[in-house]
Design a protein around this ligand. Structure first.
Ligand SMILES: Cc1cc2nc3c(=O)[nH]c(=O)nc-3n(C[C@H](O)[C@H](O)[C@H](O)COP(=O)(O)OP(=O)(O)OC[C@H]3O[C@@H](n4cnc5c(N)ncnc54)[C@H](O)[C@@H]3O)c2cc1C
Length: 533
């Protein structure tokens, strides 16, 4: 059977969200809650998971068909140390605190994080003032274990590195950003949080009795609006947090999207970077400069650029030829052995900036519960928002505690249950035992990444009920290798058809506008496009 890829047809079935029931305890429809979180990025999911420790009815409304499809799956995945932010800012404080919370959080949630440290490198005398400024900031912010290093010391960490002086921050690390977000969401869900995927918030008002908010959300499946009532609303809508805040007149900040583009390099290069290596950023740079970042899965990222994009579509995640060319040149300069085939894909993520292009730089995070009592606004959560997410969640918890009081649940389970690692990286004996008890571990579906049928099955049957190919990809790592799905996509689609009853024409990559197949081009089956023969 051969399918032709097309993006015009409006898919049904597996593209529908919530066929297995939107995951909630309220039987679909609308609901009444204590806390309603708008946005299921890493911040919204961290807030939901933190609040699930308490006796609260909590709901997360997310407009995309899965969690972590916004900025939270489109970044460098670095756990920052705190040297980049001005002392006294929320970014500095929450970054250092969030960094210190990551080990325990990742252990509970079985998320892979590696503290590989970072070298910020001065290449010439002109970089030195900036490097010393970073060290001063780190000292003031409480960044632990910093060290200034000469070239010999730097080369003991990263052979072959060039530069005149480096700042070593051992608390810097790397993490899977979507892995963390999905784990937070699934653990929150296991602890009773309702997730309404494919629900776009379009209006918020005070309820007539003045005691709660009424939140109107469009259900993307049936296009019908639903009303949710909640005592507290948390605006964690990332790039759209200004629009959501504007629905209630909360906060005065506009958001500008500033795109960062990346190249992803093949895992063949795994191990060639021992640490994170960053240039010294200028005081008014909108990002931290183009750098090489190893990922927890063994790839290397080159990027990100920093270019403001027009406001029409803040979710415009295209990559552009001029930026890609410059990233390719930079990659070849920094890793001279790179071959053309090592560049396996590109992607981009958009920073939710509170400073317009003509100002540039970075504003501080906005965390506000004063403008509209009961409405907590999280705005401008750009970098280091991933690192800061557990600390932001703790702060939101305290704000809610002051307002409505919190009572701990005795049955909160902080650990994520089940297997959440990468099967192919386990010792042989362990793998053999697992195959004996679960034969689907013995069948490889994604050859590049060594992902088994059982791992793909677990991703398909995810507890949030997310039903896109991206949902499988981000949960299992299938489709992430050098062939980018050439081998495994047909196998996964066949699995979905034969074992779950979903037609290939119903598969979507990320949502309704990204149908993967339009019909059969060589098959005895019925023609789906209705073209005259
Ligand atoms: C290029 C780049 C590199 C970065 N690198 C790092 C890094 O290395 N380390 C680090 O700590 N941070 C980094 N960051 C920052 C980090 O990615 C963000 O701070 C973090 O992901 C923000 O999470 P969030 O949950 O606030 O936003 P998002 O992930 O964008 O989530 C917001 C969610 O709200 C949803 N939403 C929006 N409007 C509505 C609505 N009306 N109704 C319902 N849902 C809605 C969206 O669909 C989205 O899922 C980087 C960011 C970028 C862009």
């Amino acid at each position: 059977m051969v399918y032709c890829a097309c993006f015009e047809r409006y898919p049904r079935g597996w593209g529908e969200i919530g066929l297995a029931g939107t995951v909630d305890g309220h039987g679909g429809g609308s609901g009444t809650y204590d806390v309603l979180v708008i946005g299921a990025g890493v911040v919204g999911c961290a807030v939901a998971r933190e609040l699930s420790r308490y006796e609260l009815r909590i709901c997360v409304l997310e407009m995309e068909p899965d969690v972590s499809l916004g900025t939270s799956c489109r970044n460098s995945g670095v756990v920052h140390s705190g040297i980049n932010y001005a002392p006294g800012t929320r970014r500095a404080e929450l970054c250092v605190l969030g960094n210190s919370m990551m080990d325990a959080l990742c252990a509970d949630l079985k998320v892979s994080m590696k503290r590989i440290g970072k070298l910020t490198v001065a290449l010439s005398d002109s970089d030195l003032p900036g490097l010393y400024r970073q060290r001063e900031q780190g000292l003031a912010n409480g960044t632990p274990g910093m060290e200034l290093m000469d070239l010999d010391a730097m080369r003991r960490i990263q052979p072959g590195i060039e530069g005149i002086l480096g700042l070593w921050t051992p608390s810097s690390g790397i993490i899977s950003p979507y892995g963390l977000t999905i784990a937070l969401a699934e653990n929150a869900h296991a602890n009773g949080v309702d997730f309404r995927l494919g629900h776009r918030v379009v209006g918020i008002s005070r309820a007539a009795d003045g005691d709660a908010f009424e939140v109107l959300a469009l259900d993307e499946n049936c296009r019908a609006p639903r009303t949710f009532r909640s005592r507290i609303v948390v605006n964690s809508a990332g790039l759209y947090s200004d629009e959501v805040g504007g629905m209630l007149g909360a906060g005065d900040g506009a958001i500008w999207a500033c795109r960062g583009e990346y190249y992803v390099l093949d895992r063949r290069l795994d191990g060639s970077l021992k640490t994170l290596i960053y240039p010294v950023p200028g005081p008014n740079d909108p990002g931290l400069g183009i750098h090489l970042t190893p990922t927890v899965d063994g790839n290397i990222l080159i990027g990100p650029s920093a270019v403001y994009i027009p406001d029409e579509d803040r979710r415009d995640y295209r990559t552009t030829a001029p930026v890609m060319d410059s990233l390719r040149r930079e990659g070849l300069r920094l890793l001279p052995g790179l071959a053309a085939g090592d560049f396996i894909r590109s992607f981009s993520g958009n920073r939710p900036k509170q400073t317009p292009p003509e100002v540039g730089g970075n504003a501080d995070f906005t965390i506000d519960d004063a403008s509209v009592p009961g409405f907590i606004s999280l705005q401008g959560i750009e970098s280091p928002g991933l690192t800061s997410s557990p600390a932001i969640a703790a702060e939101v918890r305290d704000m809610i505690g002051r307002r409505i009081g919190l009572k701990r649940r005795s049955d909160f389970r902080p650990e994520r249950l089940g297997f959440a690692g990468c099967f192919s990286r386990l010792p042989l004996g362990v793998r053999m035992d697992m195959i004996r008890s679960e034969p689907d571990y013995g069948e490889i579906i994604c050859r590049c990444e060594g992902i088994t049928k059982k791992e793909v099955r677990d991703a398909i049957e995810n507890p949030l009920g997310a039903r896109t190919m991206a949902s499988i990809k981000y949960r299992s790592r299938a489709m992430m290798g050098r062939c980018q799905g050439g081998f495994c996509v047909p196998r996964i689609v066949r699995m979905l058809r034969d074992e779950y009853g979903y037609e290939p024409e119903d598969c979507v990559l990320r949502g309704r506008s990204s149908a993967m197949f339009a019909g059969r081009v060589r098959d005895a089956g019925p023609r789906r496009l209705g073209a005259a023969s």
